[in-house]
Structure formats: structure tokens, C-alpha cells
Design a protein around this ligand. Structure first.
Ligand code: PMP
Length: 378
């Protein structure tokens, strides 16, 4: 892949690391007892942190790698999953982190630094906010999905500029204006970072995510996502051009200085990735329609076009009462309050899954009907 001009800084940083003999490269291996096998060579493992060496109690449970991926924690299963995730995102490479939160914490400060400018949507997730702070770059918050605000704030002539948005916003369930974001980023020479934790595996062709949903996959420079949501497994990952991933391997503290995700979780993700995801994607769409239509019929005002459905209540006390009423009547959905959402924008957040049967949905709607009369009609 030809290196995008706006990513040239990545190559020069990598070159510096190489010149100082500090370049790190992952070696894949398999751990069994005291032996690690790397490139078909059995080696005595003197770099594991599994100090007590307690044998696996259940033979089906594999031994943990008990080490950072750059030391002896890099099981071969990572190579398979990272390859599949890169193809899934139509990008050159991927890198798995222990969680999505850590993927943000690791990747953003590895590529953005003091002197750079980050434009971040005001509704971005806490892990993005903390990661931006950690980078040392100048942070400019643009109004939620407001493209005029984004454009006016991006026009500065700072050298390296980044726009960061979620694909589907976790608390409002709305899509980002990704087509416009990528157009503005192209016009202003900014790099687009998309946290697609809630859209990945769920929307777009073959579940390729929000980029694919809007037909702008190729314009996303760095994807951050979670394996713990659409895929129902555990972990986080990023996808980008190979040199960006290389830079993260060399600079991401949340990658270098933590233990690798256990290989059995990576294998679990691989199995779920290879399952008939399309069938479940369709079921989720059907369930979402069913629930949204039912809620609208009751009288709720629903604006969401995704499987994340907020019912905006307003004051925190009523939202808590609403949540408690649902709980008492057999429905579990969380009231979300400040500081997760702005003050007086408390809401009940519903997330639909393909697990729900039509009966589950019907029963929930009955409870929502009663709750509406009790809490929403004044
Ligand atoms: N990004 C967003 C937008 C999220 O909503 C979340 C989790 N709520 C994360 C990242 C973190 O993902 P994980 O749960 O895998 O740490």
C-alpha cells in the first residue's frame, strides 16, 4: 500500500527508533510447560511470569502465556486473528490489545504527540478522552456531530492533525457523520481515527462496521474496536497501515507493558469471527425494528437508527425510578446519568441483541407500556 502523505511522520519516527537499535518486532510462539516453540524451534522459556507453574487444572484450559506479547506472550493464534481483522477492515495490519479501552490508550498516544492537534467529538467515550490527554497533543472538542464546528476548528495549520469520532455513539446510539468527517479530514490533511466499538461486526456489509456502512472504509486511517461487543468475545484491536501498527508495537505503553490476552480468548474470538455472523446480524436488525416500532407505538420518542436505543428522561431521579420500575417488573436496562451523559440528560439505555426472542420483546414492551403511563405522561 502506498504511504499516505499525512502518515509520513510515522516512517520518520520508526526510522529514528531503528537507528537507535530500539526497534521491536513480534515473534510468534506456542507455550507448553517450560518450553516455548518459536519458528519450529523448541526453546527453554526463561522469560515467563508464570512463576508458580501451577499445571492447568482442566486439561481443556490452555496454559496462559503470562507475559507481555513482546516477551513470550505472543501466541500463534494472534497471527491468525490479526490477519483476519486486517482483512475485515480492508487494511494492511491489525494489533490486538487486552481490551478496547486499552486499544485507545495504546494507539492514540503512540501516534499523536505534543505539538499535534486532535479534534474530538464532545460525546466521545471516556477511553478516547483519556487517551487524547495522555498524548500531550492540543485537544479541541467539537460539538457533537457538528461539521461546521469541526471544519472551523480543523482549519488551523498545525502539522499533524487528527479527527477522532465513534462510529455509533455508545450513549446516544446515533451514527457519526462519517462521510462528512472523512471529507473534511481529506480537505484539511487530517488523519481520521474511528472508534467503532459499537458498529463493528454489527453494521455494514458482512459486519465490516460503520466505515463500510457509509462506504468510506478506505478513508479511515486508524480503526479502534472491541472484541467484547458485536463479536461477544473479549479484547480490543486496532487496524491501519502496516507502519502505523509497527509504530504502536514500538510505542504503545498499553501494549508493551502489560500481559498478553490469554490465547484461549484469542481462539474464542477466531471461532466467533468464523461463525455465521450474517445470520445473527439479520436477527439483530429484526429485533431492533420490532422493539423500536413497539416503543414508538406506545408513544416513546425514539430517534435512534441503531441497536442502541436511549429513552431520554431528563432528570436523574425520574430516570432512576424508571430503571427501578423496569427491574421490579422483570426487565433489566440501565439508567445512565451524569457524568456519563450531560446533567439533566439522564436516560434509559436499551441495547438490543440477537439473543432476544419475539416473546422477550413482547414481554418487555408490555412493561414499557406500563412504565410510559407511570413516568412519561404528565
Ligand atoms: N470505545 C467505546 C466507544 C466504548 O463504548 C467502549 C466500551 N464501552 C470501549 C471503547 C472499550 O471497549 P472494551 O469494553 O473492550 O474495553
Amino acid at each position: 500500500m502506498v504511504l499516505k502523505p499525512k502518515l509520513r511522520f510515522v516512517d520518520s519516527e520508526l526510522e529514528k527508533i531503528k537507528q537507535n537499535h530500539l526497534y521491536r518486532k513480534l515473534k510468534y510462539g506456542t507455550t507448553k510447560g517450560a518450553i516455548i516453540t518459536i519458528q519450529q524451534k523448541d526453546l527453554i522459556n526463561l522469560c515467563s511470569n508464570d512463576y508458580l507453574g501451577i499445571p492447568p487444572l482442566n486439561m481443556k484450559l490452555k496454559q496462559m502465556q503470562s507475559s507481555s506479547r513482546l516477551v513470550s506472550g505472543n501466541d500463534e493464534s494472534y497471527q491468525n486473528l490479526e490477519k483476519k481483522l486486517a482483512e475485515h477492515k480492508s487494511l494492511e495490519a491489525s494489533l490486538i490489545f487486552p481490551t478496547g479501552y486499552m486499544a485507545n490508550l495504546g494507539a492514540i498516544p503512540a501516534i499523536a504527540k505534543k505539538g499535534d492537534l486532535i479534534l474530538s467529538d464532545e460525546f466521545n467515550h471516556a477511553s478516547i478522552i483519556e487517551s487524547c490527554k495522555l498524548s500531550g497533543a492540543k485537544i479541541s472538542i467539537y460539538k457533537h456531530n457538528n461539521m461546521e464546528d469541526l471544519y472551523s476548528k480543523l482549519k488551523s495549520n498545525q502539522k499533524n492533525k487528527f479527527v477522532i469520532s465513534e462510529g455509533i455513539f455508545s450513549m446516544d446510539g446515533d451514527f457519526s457523520k462519517l462521510k462528512e468527517i472523512t471529507d473534511i479530514a481529506t480537505k484539511t490533511g487530517a488523519m481520521t481515527i474511528l472508534d467503532d466499538a459499537h458498529g463493528d461486526f454489527v453494521v455494514g456489509k458482512n459486519g465490516k462496521g460503520t466505515g463500510s456502512y457509509f462506504g468510506v472504509s478506505k478513508k479511515i486511517d486508524l480503526y479502534v474496536s472491541s472484541l467484547s461487543k458485536g463479536l461477544g468475545s473479549f479484547g480490543g484491536y486496532i487496524s491501519s497501515q502496516k507502519n502505523v501498527i509497527d509504530l504502536c508495537v514500538n510505542k504503545s505503553k498499553a501494549f508493551i507493558y502489560t500481559s498478553a490476552l490469554p490465547s484461549f480468548l484469542v481462539e474464542y474470538s477466531l471461532k466467533r469471527f468464523d461463525s455465521n455472523r450474517e445470520k445473527y446480524q439479520k436477527k439483530l436488525q429484526t429485533n431492533t425494528k420490532l422493539l423500536v416500532n413497539g416503543l414508538k407505538e406506545i408513544g416513546y420518542s425514539i430517534n435512534s437508527k441503531t441497536h442502541i436505543i436511549p429513552i431520554i428522561i431528563g432528570d436523574e431521579k425520574t430516570a432512576m425510578g424508571f430503571g427501578h420500575y423496569l427491574f421490579k417488573n422483570g426487565v433489566y436496562a440501565q439508567p445512565i446519568r451524569y457524568p456519563t451523559v450531560p446533567k439533566n440528560k439522564a436516560r434509559l439505555r436499551i441495547s438490543v441483541t440477537a439473543w432476544l426472542s419475539p416473546q422477550n420483546i413482547e414481554n418487555s414492551l408490555e412493561v414499557f407500556d406500563r412504565a410510559y403511563k407511570k413516568f412519561m405522561k404528565f
